[in-house]
Design a binder for this molecule. Sequence first.
Ligand code: LLP
Length: 436
Amino acid sequence: MSEKLICKNLGINEKGHLTLAGVDTVSMAEKYGTPLYLLDENLIRERCRLYISSMKKHFGENSAPLYASKALSFAYIYKIMLEEGMGIDVVSSGELYTAMKAGFPASKAYFHGNNKTDTDIWFAMDNGISFFVVDNEEELSVIDTAAKERGIKQKILLRITPGIDPHTFKAVVTGNVDSKFGAAVETSQAFDITKLALTKENLILEGFHCHIGSQIFEKEPFCDAADIMLKFLSDVKIQLGFETKVLNLGGGIGVRYTPEQPEIDYDAYLGEISTHIRHLCDKHNIKLPQVLMEPGRSIVADSGLTLYTAGSVKHITGYKSYVSVDGGMTDNPRYALYQSPYTVIVANKADMPETLKCTIAGRCCESGDLIQEDVAIQDVKRGNIIAVLTTGAYNYSMASNYNRLPKPPIVMLRDGVDKTAVERETYNDVMKNDIL
Ligand code: LLP
């Protein structure tokens, strides 16, 4: 069992209950009901500090992490990011609006996306967005025009596609040549958009961005991307006389979902990438630009877990057993979408042997609504509390109201104290925009 405690914030108390950040998860389920997202705020803050200090150590004082807020977006998380001195990346006016409502200034936000709408661009610009990360030539012109209309010079980065395979699942690969994101180096479109950007009078091109994918454990894909990016930086310097001030390496560093996956030493990881980049700068005779990174998953994933109440337990003789829970693909669509692995524990029997091999099913009217297949857990009965670990990233932010299920609340744990940060949706919330 203890190998299932895959993050240092997990434990088992004297009652045999699973704990997160020292807090009894079963008592949290009793207090707030289920399904419930629980988040260890201290770990989120610790990760922010680690990224900031490691990046400064390895890439220099002006480097900075930007929290990729698509991983988990709600008002309080932006307050945490502000307090911890993080920048943020947003991909919609909705994320930016939430951040600003929480007091996070647009002047510390970077606006991403392969299809920023006109209203996104106007909204972000009118609120003083620091940078747009421009995806394509058409967008370049629209942003240039919007800046002209406002009489401002808008800072931008260009999103470049380095064209490498990051060895992760296909749906989250973004840096390949035929990706919907960015301009590819291989097809010369990266060079062309740079040339065009330099002609735009109302834009200030400061540098480049690349993001190769998500949930990546090896350093090689980052180093391979750096090889291509730094060669590109050298080409634009030699051929266009453009000296890159900012290099944004995106996010994507992996997180441990199961005991078989490695635990990443983030400081060592960043150290190795920086050694490689510094070497490339020397090789190409380029000054090390300001380095930005955009961690999302690795800031929030293992701070979180989801608690469910077990409902029906069904044994199909000779086939398999299903344990159904009171949530599902509505609060965690990642198994349905990507067959993502998760670790599952019966929270009120965490000290007991795992005697049941089963599939954890959600409550939606759909066979594909599964949280995990063929996992070994403790002998579970209706009413027991089931914990699914490492759900801090891309769960709440991807949640839906399929089957009119209200979204679960988010409860933060800080220094042993629990506090609601997002309330449970009510049926009235779910139908608040309906008109009869
Ligand atoms: N920067 C950019 C431009 C991105 O597109 C992403 C993620 C990140 C940063 C953050 O990557 P992270 O550090 O979180 O890996 N829904 C999928 C993940 C999609 C990631 C999309 N982009 C999942 O549940 O696995």
